[in-house]
Structures are given as structure tokens and as C-alpha cells.
Design a protein around this ligand. Structure first.
Ligand code: HAX
Length: 424
């Protein structure tokens, strides 16, 4: 038994008991109501999902297992995975066990590369990445166990197996997609002496003599790892998983949602917008020029990518962590300076648009400038990196959902005629 499986096996019985008692004793207590506006408005703000891996208070931003994400900025993604699953940071031995376990599962089957190589050369990197996950479905240990009669209390064990198998392979798949899609030459094999993010940078093949790119990628993978369970990618993963579809099905489904421009694809759009500004004004613009450009974007009916949020009502602490790192490490970079300038100017513009609930930057507003600085200039690739990281959170959520034995999701829909009858 691996250390993570052992740890969870120790924790899960008490968690199950706690939730069972909570539901039994307070089954009918109302925790949220739904208005007609919410029913037509993307179910915004309705409290009807449970997620214990992380929480996003609108006035605080991301807490991973109650710890503000900014306080986790120096951690390894593997430590975050342990934290997401268990609620605790790992000891040195536990971390080593998890890293060894991931290394042992890291080899990507050849047929994945055959499928990716057969895809059209102009496929979106997200379509390639999600296809790679889906095509490995036949490897699912959950399906094998289910078909041979494993019982419900043990579903989580095999979901954890699938989660670790998938997460271990994501750096190689992401690096392989990059090299294939952007003609960077042959794939580079894993280096099993490296940690999860360092191995990714190694397989990307862009070099990192000062170690700063690797540091940036570690930060990137930590900051994007989870954001409670109501966002499109997490909720889709959870919903598909609730049908007892395995994680290959459910994670690829969720990441297809991350590929939308209002969600994870915003990071590709965001840098694009910043570079458009730079090009138009031949460098960093004045505040007035930037303000005018922001209004132009809004008046043309487009959103300003990287700004606004469905839940947050403050500057996203993940943006703050990226900006701090950028200023400290690559502060001379003109694109980083642009990100800081946009942060000075754009909230003032968005505040004047009444309908916009949150004028502040979200995680996507600053991450692209860092990637761009280190020569990762292919914007359509950026959401793949978001996906590698977000898999840590949504896979952990799925393992815990199986551990708690949550049922298949089935909210009730109603037709407009029913709503009209209610308001009569
Ligand atoms: N620029 C222009 N208009 C914006 C805006 C922005 N940055 N943010 C919100 N609005 C608009 C909305 O489009 C909406 O307009 P309509 O009513 O005409 O459709 C109105 O303001 C009200 O929206 P809201 O209540 O403030 O925000 P929502 O919860 O509906 O949407 C979004 C949240 C993140 C989708 C939205 O702020 C947005 O489109 N932002 C830009 C895209 C972006 O950065 N997305 C990434 C978000 C973080 C994330 O999930 N990363 O993966």
C-alpha cells in the first residue's frame, strides 16, 4: 500500500461517520434558496455542492484545505496533491513516497503518441491533451475493479489508483503535445531523478540554465491546482464521475470545459490582449492610452480577459502571487510591466460598468506574461498547463466523492411554463 493510500484509509472511516451523522441529524435544514434569476443565471451563488479540498470565499480567494493559497506558493505540486487529498502537508517521507509512486507510473503508452500524431496538425493543444487522457480509458483500474465486483466502500481505492496513474503522466503528455503541435522535434523521455514540475520542464526541452523557469512552473502548477467544485471544469468532472464513469472519462470531460474562453482559455486570450496593446502603442502605453483601449474593447462587445470572476470580489490572490513573483524575478520584462500597468488602470474602467460584479484581475491576468518571458510564446498551449495543474484538484475531489459514497448527480430542471405558473 502506498503512503497516500495508507493515509486515506486511516482517515476515511471517521470522515464517513461525521458526514453520515451530519446528514442524519440535520437532513432537512435549509442551507440555500434558489431565485428565478439564479435559475436562469448559471445557478450563481446557490449552495448545493459540497467540496472539502478547497474553498473560495469571495472576499478572501482560494483557501486550499483552509490555507490561503499565497502561503503555499513555495510548495511543490506533489505536496499540494497530498494536502488536497488528506487536509495535511506531507512529511518528508510521505512526500518521497508519493514522488516515487508518481515516477513509477509516469510512462505514457505508445498508442497515446500514435493517436496524437494522427490528429490534424492544426488541432488545438487542448483537444490533443484531452484526447490523450480519454484514449487511455482502457487502463482504468476502477473499471477493472468494478467489473470484477469491487464493493462501494472500496471504490475510492481504485479511483485513487486512476488519479495517480493519470497525474503521473500529465507532465509527459503536456510536454509531448507541445513538441508535436509546435514542431519542436522528437519527444524527450522522463528523467526519473526529477520532481514532477522539473521533469515537465526537462521534457519541454527549452532549457532552464538559471532554474527560474522551473521555479515559475512549480508556482504555476500550485496556484492553478483547485478552485472549489462549482466552476465548469470541476463541476463537470464531478458530475460525470458521479455516474461512476472513471477518471479518464470524467477528467477529460471537465478539461473540455476548461478549454472555454470564459474559463481556462482566458489565459491565452489575456496575453493576446496585452500584446495587442503593446503593439498598438509601440511599448508600454500611458494610463490614458490604456484606458481608451480598454473602453474600445468593451464597446466592441468583447470582455477584457483576465478580469472579473463569478465568485471573487477582490483581486485574486493567485494573481497577486504571480505578480509578486514576476516583479521579484523578471521585473525588467516589458510584458510583466504591462500586466502591472493593466492592473493599475483596468479595474477603474470596469468599475464604471454597472453590470460587472467584479472589476478585479483573476488568475489568468498575469500567468501568461511569465510563460512568454521564458520563451513559451504559443498562447493556444497555455490552457494545457492550467489543465495539468487543475487535474490535481479535480482528481482529488473525485477520490473524496467516491470515498464518501456520493450518489449520481441529478438536479431537477423545470420548463419556463412551470416558472410562469409560479409567478402568476
Ligand atoms: N470584461 C467585460 N465584461 C465583463 C467582464 C470583463 N472582464 N467581466 C464580466 N463582464 C460582463 C459579463 O460578460 C456580463 O455581461 P452580460 O450580462 O452582457 O452577459 C456582466 O458583466 C455580468 O457578469 P458578472 O456577473 O460580473 O460575471 P459572471 O459571473 O457572469 O462571469 C466571468 C464571470 C469570469 C465569465 C467574466 O467576468 C468574464 O467573462 N471575464 C473575462 C474572461 C475571464 O477572464 N475568464 C477567466 C475567469 C477565471 C477562470 O475561470 N479561469 O479559468
Amino acid at each position: 500500500m502506498s503512503a497516500i493510500q495508507d493515509k486515506l484509509a486511516g482517515q476515511i472511516p471517521a470522515l464517513r461517520e461525521e458526514i453520515k451523522t451530519l446528514v442524519k441529524e440535520h437532513a432537512d435544514q435549509v442551507i440555500s434558496q434558489v431565485t428565478i434569476k439564479q435559475a436562469y443565471g448559471g445557478v450563481r451563488g446557490v449552495k448545493c455542492l459540497v467540496c472539502d479540498t478547497s474553498e473560495v470565499p469571495p472576499d478572501k480567494g482560494l483557501l486550499i484545505r483552509n490555507t490561503p493559497v499565497g502561503e503555499l506558493a513555495d510548495r511543490l505540486p506533489e505536496e499540494i496533491l497530498w494536502l488536497l487529498l488528506t487536509g495535511e502537508l506531507p512529511s518528508a517521507d510521505e512526500l518521497k513516497d508519493l514522488q516515487d509512486d508518481l515516477r513509477a507510473r509516469a510512462k505514457v503508452p505508445q498508442y497515446v503518441w500514435d493517436v496524437l500524431e494522427a490528429m490534424p496538425k492544426d488541432s488545438h493543444p487542448m483537444a490533443m491533451f484531452d484526447t490523450a487522457i480519454l484514449v487511455m480509458q482502457k487502463e482504468s483500474k476502477f473499471v477493472q475493479a468494478y467489473n470484477t465486483g469491487v464493493t462501494k466502500p472500496d471504490y475510492w481505492v481504485y479511483t485513487l489508483e486512476d488519479a495517480l496513474d493519470i497525474i503521473a503522466k500529465l507532465p509527459a503528455i503536456a510536454a509531448g503535445v507541445y513538441r508535436l503541435r509546435f514542431n519542436k522535434g522528437p519527444r524527450i523521455d522522463n528523467d526519473t531523478s526529477l520532481d514532477w514540475s522539473s521533469d515537465y520542464v526537462h521534457m519541454l526541452g527549452m532549457g532552464d540554465s538559471g532554474g527560474k523557469f522551473t521555479e515559475a512552473m512549480r508556482l504555476y502548477f500550485v496556484l492553478h491546482s483547485d478552485h472549489e467544485s462549482g466552476n465548469v471544469s470541476a463541476h463537470t468532472t464531478a458530475c460525470v464521475n458521479s455516474a461512476l464513469s472513471d477518471l479518464y472519462y470524467s477528467l477529460s470531460a471537465g478539461l473540455n470545459g476548461l478549454a472555454g474562453p470564459l474559463h481556462g482559455l482566458a489565459n491565452q486570450e489575456c496575453l493576446n490582449w496585452i500584446l495587442e496593446v503593446k503593439e498598438k502603442f509601440g511599448g508600454v502605453p500611458t494610463d490614458k492610452q490604456l484606458e481608451e483601449f480598454a473602453w474600445e474593447t468593451l464597446k466592441s462587445g468583447k470582455v477584457i480577459p483576465g478580469y472579473g470572476h463569478a465568485v471573487l470580489r477582490i483581486t485574486d490572490p493567485r494573481f497577486t502571487a504571480f505578480l509578486k513573483w514576476s516583479k521579484e524575478n523578471i521585473g525588467d520584462d516589458e510584458t510583466v510591466q504591462m500586466v502591472a500597468k493593466v492592473y493599475d488602470v483596468v479595474p477603474g474602467v470596469l468599475k464604471q460598468v454597472k453590470k460587472i460584479a467584479d472589476p478585479w484581475p483573476n488568475v489568468d491576468a498575469g500567468s501568461g506574461a511569465i510563460l512568454y518571458h521564458f520563451g513559451l510564446t504559443e498562447f493556444p498551449y497555455y490552457t494545457v498547463l492550467f489543465s495539468v495543474s487543475r487535474a490535481l484538484g479535480v482528481c482529488s475531489q473525485s477520490v473524496m466523492a467516491r470515498a464518501m459514497g456520493w450518489p449520481i448527480e441529478r438536479p431537477k430542471s423545470i420548463p419556463t411554463s412551470w416558472i410562469k405558473a409560479q409567478v402568476k
